[in-house]
Design a binder for this molecule. Structure first.
Ligand code: NAP
Ligand code: ZN
Length: 359
């Protein structure tokens, strides 16, 4: 184990990012801060490719800070810890997800929900004192993170690449599934069988619910059953949709594009909830309020999950032998991967092998 102090020089590392929303991503050298007393330095082995990366780096959401280095599904090995770090040591397998800091003082932080803190600092594109003034994500060789935002990975090391997507796709589905009481006797729908959705199917199945996968892709019908869905509905087929009217306790909607929410709201039971986690660049058409009122249904949202819950999710997935289904890519293939994601052409998560950044 190496102890350091903050007087050490910052670290130059190779990363992959973009200088503008209409430019392809390219190799660049970035700086990481020296490992502070409460910091953990991580050699990044793999980083998952989330649709949020695409929204942000292609400037679909607005507010992108340049250069933008995306990536918040980070796994790797600890190489150095600061002198006050108790919970990690060099050599540990760890993960970093979407959050690297929060205010620590607001009511949300006091309740342990740093993911809902207005001062939450996301892993990329958020203000920081580190160069260049905003956070830079996991499409890079190394990262330095306060130990409070680092997670222990307990899966076998040979599964490490497939663990990476748990750090965002896993927790973003686990948290609402748990909050809305997914378990035996509950009928749960997962809409959009992409990176988030396929994790949602696996986790809801492991929680014991009856799981129905909704997909626009006929080609995913058999594949979704293999993920653990009890039934699959191709959502373009109105008869298949109608067969599930008034039957769901919870529908978790992960779709990354605007679409008709009423088609799903009508499938909820009385008191059922549809929780949105997808963040399309354009708004959804307004839902039919009467469909909510007449059955006391709820339309809700959910943002990733807090740090303790992320550790709980990783431990749950290790126990149930759950990892993502991945397609490994080189960093210089990420633009092509984004194009395929938009077409729904990935089963189900691209993961960057950061060894491809060397040289
Ligand atoms: P993804 O891998 O691209 O999957 C999205 C899936 O939605 C697609 O595979 C496709 O599934 C379906 N879909 C896409 N376009 C569609 C359309 N026009 N109509 C109907 N279905 C469509 O994306 P992801 O990484 O899972 O992320 C999904 C969304 O969640 C993104 O907006 C992302 O920014 C957001 N997100 C939110 C949070 C949060 O905390 N709330 C965290 C992470 C990501 P089928 O082929 O099965 O139809
Ligand atoms: Zn994400």
């Amino acid at each position: 184990m190496t102890f350091t102090n903050t007087m050490e020089v910052a670290l130059a590392v190779r990363a992959f990012g973009a200088y503008a929303g209409d430019k392809p991503l390219e190799a660049m050298d970035i700086e990481r801060r020296a490992t502070g007393a409460h910091d953990v330095k991580i050699e990044i082995a793999y980083c998952g490719v989330c649709h949020s990366d695409l929204h942000q780096v292609r400037a679909e959401w607005g507010g992108t800070r340049w250069p933008c280095v995306p990536g918040h599904e980070i796994v790797g090995r600890v190489t150095e810890v600061g002198g006050h770090v108790k919970n990690f040591k060099a050599g540990d397998l760890v993960g970093v997800g979407c959050i690297v800091d929060s205010c620590g003082e607001c009511p949300e932080c006091a309740d342990g929900y740093e993911n809902y803190c207005d001062g939450m600092i996301a892993t990329y594109n958020f203000p920081t004192e580190d160069a260049p003034g905003h956070t830079l994500g996991g499409y890079s060789q190394q990262i330095v993170v306060n130990e409070g935002y680092v997670l222990h990975v307990k899966h076998d090391e040979d599964k490490l690449a497939a663990v990476a997507p748990l750090l965002c796709a896993g927790i973003t589905t686990y948290s609402p599934l748990k909050h809305w009481n997914t378990g035996p006797g509950k009928k749960v729908g997962i809409v959009g069988i992409g990176g988030l959705g396929h994790m949602g199917v696996k986790i809801a199945h492991a929680m014991g619910a009856h799981v129905v996968a909704f997909t626009t892709s006929e080609s995913k019908r058999e594949a979704a059953l293999a993920l653990g869905a009890d039934e699959v509905v191709v959502s373009r087929n109105e008869d298949e949709m109608a067969a599930h009217a008034l039957s769901f306790d919870l529908i978790l909607n992960t779709v990354a594009a605007p679409h008709n929410l009423d088609a799903y709201i009508n499938l909820l039971k009385r008191d059922g909830t549809m929780t949105l986690v997808g963040v399309p660049a354009e708004a959804h058409p307004a839902p039919n309020v009467a469909a909510l009122i007449f059955k006391r249904r709820s339309l809700a949202g959910s943002l990733i999950g807090c740090i303790p819950e992320t550790q709980e999710m990783l431990d749950f997935c290790a126990k149930h032998n759950i990892v993502a289904d991945i397609e490994m890519i080189r960093a210089d293939e990420v633009d092509a991967a984004y194009d395929r994601m938009i077409k729904g052409d990935v089963k189900y998560r691209f993961v960057i092998d950061t060894a491809s950044l060397a040289g």
